[in-house]
Design a protein around this ligand. Structure first.
Ligand code: PGA
Length: 268
């Protein structure tokens, strides 16, 4: 049995005060709930305050970051090292979110949904970041997913398989079984459009079979695969009820106590 993991990716939202208020609200709302793991991924600036709030109230909710850099220290202006995250109590870190992958990295894409691309993560940096996260003692949540153009061109499966294979390269089989993957079709992120549950399950199942071929059946049975992309209280139960979907990576709906708590509960 894989335990569901429902993660809130707050993206570039919440000042410190707002972050603490949201965290406190969630602690109250989810007190005593044991049916799933819950994880908060605030912006870097709020990690310390959210971590302190969780710790001081003895909460089981986990703390994670939205990205990390692949060096331990040095002259990398604006970057955040793995050890800085673990220092604040992070046990998870999102890696390769589509808003940081560089597939559409042209200036014309600026301020469009594909703005995402400006951060330039590639299959190689995603793999490097996953390994850095592991070396620092964190669990990477490795995101993969196709764009609308790739879906329309019938390339969903090849794109997802290639991203999963590349992300896992050089990681040992037992460790792969402890990782978290997140299937995030790019066209469903922040758009209100959800991938329907059977199709999301199909792609998560495909990812699981890729894991089996890379790292063996035990790893495939152990790895947790989330779905992300416009998950809301009213579609969470159906998505989370699918065989191969072991949780959710939630953006917009993680910014309010009621909606995020309802999604966490739907994962029981
Ligand atoms: P969304 O974001 O729930 O707002 O679509 C999901 C994500 O990007 O992880």
């Amino acid at each position: 049995m894989r335990r569901p993991l429902v993660a809130g990716n707050w993206k570039m939202n919440k000042t410190t005060g707002d972050a603490v208020a949201l965290t406190s609200g969630l602690i109250t709302e989810l007190a005593g709930f044991t049916g799933a793991d819950a994880l908060l991924c605030p912006p870097f600036t709020a990690l310390a305050a959210v971590g302190e709030t969780l710790r001081s109230q003895g909460s089981a909710i986990a703390l994670g970051a939205q990205d990390l850099f692949i060096q331990d220290s040095g002259a990398f202006t604006g970057m955040v090292a793995p050890g800085m995250l673990t220092d604040l109590g992070c046990t998870y870190v999102i890696v390769g979110h589509s808003e940081r992958r560089g597939r559409f990295g042209t200036i014309e894409d600026w301020m469009t949904p594909e703005v995402l691309a400006l951060f330039g993560d590639s299959d190689a940096t995603v793999n490097a970041k996953a390994k850095k996260a592991l070396a620092a003692g964190m669990t990477p949540i490795i995101c993969f997913g196709e764009t609308i153009g790739e879906r329309k061109a019938g390339q969903t499966d090849t794109v997802c398989e290639a991203q999963v294979r590349a992300a896992l390269a050089g990681i040992d089989n037992a460790t792969i079984g402890q990782l978290v993957l997140a299937y995030e079709p790019v066209w469903a992120i922040g758009t209100g459009e959800t991938c329907d549950a059977p199709e999301a399950n199909r792609v998560c199942g495909l990812a699981r079979s890729v894991v089996a071929s890379v790292a063996g059946q035990a790893a495939a049975d152990g790895i947790r695969i989330q779905y992300g992309g416009s998950v809301k209280p009213d579609n969470a139960a159906e998505l989370l009820g699918q065989e191969h979907i072991d949780g959710a990576l939630v953006g917009g709906a993680s910014l309010k106590v009621d909606s995020f708590a309802a999604i966490v509960r739907a994962a029981r």
